[in-house]
Design a protein around this ligand. Structure first.
Ligand code: TYD
Length: 217
């Protein structure tokens, strides 16, 4: 039995992060196919969203004007529902949960981008999920100028995609600071390269994660 098959019986929580325009959606699709081809039982989900209530909150979060505090509270409300009704049951059932954004996005966007004090976010994090963290977080990193230019051309940009270059720079920096502070959980992927180079690195990262886990268990 390969190490991937051996691990497939134990749930893992993998999150993907990065500033808008970093190419996360493309890499997520590739990663999902890669894991499926290795018969890893998967639950693929996203934040904000992932449940009927969460998807309704996502619509509001992406399109309705609101205060910074309301924005943070709704992100965590969506997250609480998502954890209780989707993420935790899937992990308990032995699935690998691949989640497009999680709490690091709140620190990067509401904290770094919007300027909400980190202490407030830490309180919400402690309330909503003091006992669970992602096992692995892939941070797709590109210079803010690159991601900003990519989303500027979007046909119907959402509230976050309409923000200025300085916002993108603060979000990117907040992500990098979190990655540096937690090197065991984070892998920073340079996403400012050809797609096949990035996918090669992703495959290596996933294989070495799996092998490291297999040795640790
Ligand atoms: P995303 O799904 O990456 O957007 P898209 O479908 O355009 O690829 O994320 C939606 C937006 O939500 C993104 O701009 C970041 C923002 N966001 C936060 O501000 N805080 C959070 O906690 C999360 C999860 C997302």
């Amino acid at each position: 039995m390969s190490s991937v098959q051996a691990l497939a019986t134990t749930g893992r929580f993998i999150t993907l992060e990065g500033v808008d325009g970093a190419g996360k959606t493309t890499h997520l699709a590739w990663l999902v196919e890669y894991l499926k081809s290795r018969h890893v039982p998967l639950c693929v989900t996203r934040e904000p969203g992932g449940t009927p209530l969460g998807e309704a909150l996502r619509e509001l979060l992406l399109h309705e004007a609101m205060s910074i505090e309301t924005e943070a509270l709704l992100m965590f409300a969506s997250r609480q529902q998502h954890l209780q009704s989707c993420i935790i049951p899937a992990l308990n059932a032995g699935q690998w949960v691949v989640c497009d954004r999680f709490t690091d996005a709140s620190y990067a966007y509401q904290g770094g981008g919007r300027g909400l004090p980190v202490e407030k976010l830490a309180m919400l994090e402690h309330w909503v999920h003091s006992d669970i963290q992602p096992d692995l977080t892939l941070l797709f990193d590109v210079p803010a100028e690159v991601s900003f230019e990519r989303v500027r051309g979007a046909r119907s940009p959402d509230r976050f995609e309409q923000l200025d270059l300085a916002f993108f720079q603060r979000v990117r920096q907040a992500y990098l600071d979190r990655a540096v502070a937690d090197p065991l959980r984070f892998r920073i992927i340079n996403a400012n390269r050809a797609i096949d180079e990035i996918q090669l690195e992703l495959a290596e990262v996933i294989m070495s994660y799996i092998q490291g886990e297999a040795h640790a268990s």
